[in-house]
Write a protein that binds this ligand. Structure first.
Ligand code: ATP
Ligand code: MG
Length: 474
């Protein structure tokens, strides 16, 4: 007698499905991710139900009984889908897949439950629970997936070489699950990934990014990136990150390994944010270091301008990886561009004007920039880290005081271009822009406060210097 999971299937969906299955003499199972997550105690809102034969009839009958109005049918794939309360339920016909060496797409035919389990990517994803009333809740685990769940192992049901060659996306998925669940990839499986890494090229960037972003959103993404690097999957889609790897030594001086440094920064930032794009900015903050690296006899290794060049690389990388090119990209770009600025303040004397300029440029992203910067403080030297962090707090305090006083976060010029023109009777011209800019500079430098009165007087002074005549109000 095998394991029975009846007590975990209290949700009405299962009861209803089970009843219909038996009434209609069907054979159906809950499979895949839902069963895996149930065994792991992870909450899951996606339920996949496999019906031996065709899934459409069962979907229709279940929806009717549950009074669900909207059911989507995908006749071509023999699948159907509906949402019931907070659950996403998908019905599929059991499938047997045979791959042909010359085609990316498998030949699909109707199969048994066992066929369907065999075509699944990993043993932990090939678990099934019987929905027929006489066997309700019985667990079917032909590949010892439960054992692998207990041991924390990612393994393919069939020969890994074939599994990964048939559908190379599974290599990304293996690393994604290993990272999310903190599991180990079984050694043959890992070797097969390394052997087949180049085949990832036939997979679309969108699908690769779906998996990569899941890696990035896990608790400790560095685990995944190290696996992507060692199997060379990373080389297939993200050569810029690969280039960060390694150290170089000249005259006994070496620089830090920027790949591992980047991963440390990424893990650090994951402790303080779930924002995918802030996590991406950690991945990309030093991306231009290899391209800006120089060795100087006196100062050693330098990476001058890597923040600016890095910012300019961001759109290209996002475009190639099919990541969004909207304000999310702009946000990452801005953080990469500014990532050294708070640390420069930490190292030097914190002047009010430097703080004002930073607030002016970072705007509403100042808190995120400070998070990135704080995560970027990594060193083997604990004493140094401590000192940096202390100075960092000082900068944060200063940011707060200056912000309260000058409100520069979303700077709006206190004097508009129209006012400048009206005051001096000017047409739109270079002088107007120049006066506006000088007012802004005076505010940032702290020569005047960020208010209309002081700005107006400052403008009159400027006008005098420039020999402009104030137009008297009629
Ligand atoms: P999650 O929903 O957390 O991403 P999941 O395991 O449910 O994880 P899905 O992409 O929802 O992943 O897929 C559902 C199930 O379909 C998997 O558990 C697996 O059995 C099967 N599956 C998905 N993608 C593949 C694939 N590329 N090759 C083989 N089987 C797959
Ligand atoms: Mg799922």
């Amino acid at each position: 007698m095998g394991t029975n999971l009846k007590k975990h299937l209290k949700h009405p969906v299962f009861k209803v499905a089970s009843q219909i299955v038996s009434e209609q003499g069907l054979e159906a199972y809950v499979v895949g991710g839902f069963v895996r997550d149930l065994m792991l105690g992870r909450p899951s809102k996606d339920i996949d139900i496999v019906v031996v034969g065709n899934g459409l009839e069962l979907a229709k009958a279940c929806a009717e009984k549950l009074r669900v109005k909207k059911v989507s049918f995908f006749d071509h794939f023999g699948t159907a889908h509906f949402i019931y309360k907070d659950l996403d339920i998908e019905f599929v016909g059991s499938r047997k897949e045979s791959y042909n060496e010359h085609s990316r797409n498998p030949k699909i035919s109707t199969g048994t439950l066992k066929d369907d389990q065999e075509r699944r990517d990993f043993t932990i994803n090939a678990l099934a629970i019987d929905l027929r009333q006489e066997n309700f809740g019985e667990l079917l685990d032909p590949f010892e997936g439960i054992g692998d769940l207990e041991k924390g192992i990612i393994r393919t049901p069939l020969d890994p070489e074939k599994t990964f060659s048939d559908d190379p996306l599974r290599m990304m998925r293996a690393i994604r699950f290993a990272t999310q669940l903190n599991f180990k990839i079984e050694i043959d499986c890992l070797n097969s990934i390394a052997n087949n890494a180049q085949r990832l090229n036939i997979i679309s960037k969108e699908r690769i990014m779906t998996e990569l972003n899941k890696i990035i959103l896990s608790d400790q993404p560095s685990r995944g990136f190290k696996l992507l690097m060692s199997t060379k999957l990373l080389h297939q889609f993200f050569p810029e990150l690969v280039k960060l790897y390694g150290i170089e030594k000249i005259n006994g001086k070496s620089h830090k390994d920027n790949f591992h440094h980047t991963l440390e920064v990424l893990d650090n930032i994951c402790e303080v944010t779930d924002n995918l794009w802030l996590r991406w900015s950690a991945i990309l903050h030093d991306i231009a270091k290899p391209n800006t690296k120089r060795f100087d006899d006196k100062v050693g290794w330098t990476f001058h301008g890597h923040e600016e060049l890095g910012a300019r690389m961001v759109p290209k990388i996002f475009k190639r990886l099919r990541l969004p090119l909207d304000n999310k990209m702009k946000y990452v770009q801005k953080l990469v561009r500014l990532h050294l600025r708070p640390i420069a303040l930490v190292k030097g004397n914190v002047t009010d004007s430097a703080v004002r300029r930073l607030l002016f440029e970072a705007g509403d992203d100042i808190e995120d920039l400070m998070k990135l910067c704080n995560a970027d403080i990594t060193s083997k030297n604990e004493f140094r880290v401590k000192r940096y962090k202390k100075n960092f707090e000082e900068v944060e305090r200063k940011l707060k005081t200056v912000e309260e006083k000058d409100r520069l976060r979303n700077f709006q010029p206190p004097i508009s271009g129209k006012e400048v023109m009206d005051t001096f009777n000017l047409e739109p011209c270079h002088t107007v822009g120049m006066i506006k800019n000088k007012i802004k500079e005076a505010i940032l430098e702290g020569e005047i406060e960020n208010n209309r009165d002081q700005a107006f007087n400052f403008m009159l002074e400027l006008g005098k210097e420039l020999g402009l005549i104030v137009k008297l109000k009629a």
